[in-house]
Design a protein around this ligand. Sequence first.
Ligand SMILES: [Cu+2]
Length: 166
Amino acid sequence: MSFRNYFSLRHVATLLAGLVIGIAANAHEYKVGDLSIEHPWARPTVPGQPAGGAYLNIENKGKQTDTLLGASSAAFKSVEIHTMSMDGNVMKMREVGSIDIKPAEKITMQPGNGYHIMLIGLSKQLKAGDKIPLTLTFAKAGKVDVVLSVEDQSAAKDNTMDHMHN
Ligand SMILES: [Cu+2]
């Protein structure tokens, strides 16, 4: 390997290390029992928007299934767990009563597909940088307080508001 190649590899490695540290500093993670809850965040809303979407990942590192039973926050009238899926060409959303998280399973929520948390009855607009308390209730792990950070990830595909319901 020439000195030049060696130098660029080192340079790339340094950049990658910086990136990983950057991500770690941004992400926030909560551990409760065997569960780890990663990066709770919500999308900003426009003025007058009645509901918003929130997302987080839940990983079960234990040997027993736990169940997310619900979520609540004083900032909203109600908080519901929803899932979205394609039915032919139509994106359909429905409320799910709970989400099972099996051993070694990781539930990933993201805009536009699968599970999300619906924040209903916004008392004010959600703006990037806002921090919103949210309480998750699990069957085994109990109640877990997390903080949703409102982040503008406008590059992310989002259909959350395209399938609004009452
Ligand atoms: Cu929804």
